[in-house]
Design a protein around this ligand. Structure first.
Ligand code: TXA
Ligand code: MG
Length: 324
């Protein structure tokens, strides 16, 4: 398969390019596109055969359900059973990096929702993504556009690197805004809302808007959040976590890579320094890939000092990359 890579203007997406990609989606093909979090690998969420191609292209376990990307709240309500709390979150945070898990309506194929009776919906905050969903006239199922287990792509060339020859088209809308995936919460029971995956939308903002705490899924998590079972976001070399006030890991620093905000006291072989948590989150996945490509023997990643804001999602991605 030839993969087309097309540039699209983020703030004024060219209609002819959007309709070309929408035609791919409508005819059961695969189109990668930017969202505000990471690039997504999209297919018609209501076409089980098309959704099957996503799993094949990524090498993803088929019981890990997909997020349905929609371009209006009405479209979400046609796919899942909402409740007052969910609608409140949609009104406040959509479009944005918040994914809601709710009871699925029958029209969502089992393959899209990994056989569960719930489904995940999200409205991405990116004009290209929204235009593509609207032009396709169907919800777009989209995981991150990387080979399963690899760091998620935050620009189109990285998508091309992982997906060339496996998908029909890639819309290049430049670098994403957030850099880590959306926050996923389960609102099936509005009395007990569960944090399934921390991410681009901070826990504090969600909790303040509901005036209630998000709970950890605990032991039901395996069934409720299948994605948490798999190793994720990892480069091909070891990732070692370093807390700023602890001794630096005992490794060969000349061949090592470093990524973080604090400047270590040693001269590390290759390092990538960020100026704050948001900047770190934005550059984490690209930084992993860059250091790996530069041939470092391992990556030391600084543990974010605070879990507030993007800190919780960033900690989650770093600890998964380090093996949990
Ligand atoms: O930011 C994002 O969320 C990106 C962009 C492309 O939108 N997408 C993304 O998709 O990260 P993916 O497939 O890599 O992660 C989706 C997560 C997985 O952890 C999956 O298990 C969970 O959402 N999920 C999907 N449907 C679910 C459901 N019905 N119940 C529980 N968890 C669900
Ligand atoms: Mg992913």
């Amino acid at each position: 398969m030839m993969t087309e890579l097309l540039q699209v203007s983020k703030w004024n997406p060219e209609p002819e390019i959007i309709s070309r990609a929408a035609e791919v989606i409508r005819s059961g093909g695969l189109a990668a596109f930017p969202t505000e979090t990471v690039y997504g690998l999209g297919a018609d969420a209501l076409n089980p055969e098309a959704v099957g191609k996503i799993y094949a292209a990524k090498g993803r376990p088929s019981d890990n359900p997909l997020i349905l990307h929609i371009s209006s709240i009405e479209q979400a309500a046609s796919l899942v059973h909402t409740n007052a709390e969910a609608e409140r979150l949609m009104r406040i945070f959509w479009p944005g990096p918040l994914t809601l898990v709710l009871p699925a309506r029958e029209n969502i194929p089992l393959r899209t929702r990994g056989g569960l009776d719930t489904a995940a919906v999200r409205m991405p905050d990116n004009p290209i993504a929204l235009a593509l969903i609207a032009a396709s006239g169907t919800p777009i199922a989209a995981p991150s556009a990387n080979i399963s287990g690899r760091p998620s792509p935050t620009d189109a060339l990285t998508v091309y690197h992982d997906m060339n020859g496996r998908i029909d088209i890639i819309l290049d809308g430049g670098s994403v805004d957030v850099g880590i995936e959306s926050t996923v919460i389960d609102v099936t029971d509005p009395q007990k809302i569960l944090m399934l995956r921390p991410g681009g939308m901070s826990r504090e903002l969600i909790e303040d808007s509901l005036n209630m705490r998000l709970e950890l899924p605990g032991t039901i998590s395996i069934k409720r959040s299948p994605g948490t079972r798999y190793k994720h976001y990892a480069p091909n070399i070891p990732v070692i976590i370093w807390k700023k006030d602890n001794d630096f890991p005992d490794i060969n620093i000349n061949s090592a890579g470093y990524i973080g905000i604090a400047e270590p006291a040693y001269r590390i072989g290759k390092s990538i320094i960020f100026h704050d948590t948001a900047n770190y989150a934005h550059g984490l996945f690209a930084g992993f890939r860059k250091l790996e490509a530069e041939g470092v023997s391992c990556i030391v990643a600084e543990w974010p000092e605070s879990s507030s804001g993007l800190g919780e999602g960033l900690r989650d991605r770093i600890s998964r990359a380090a093996g949990g």
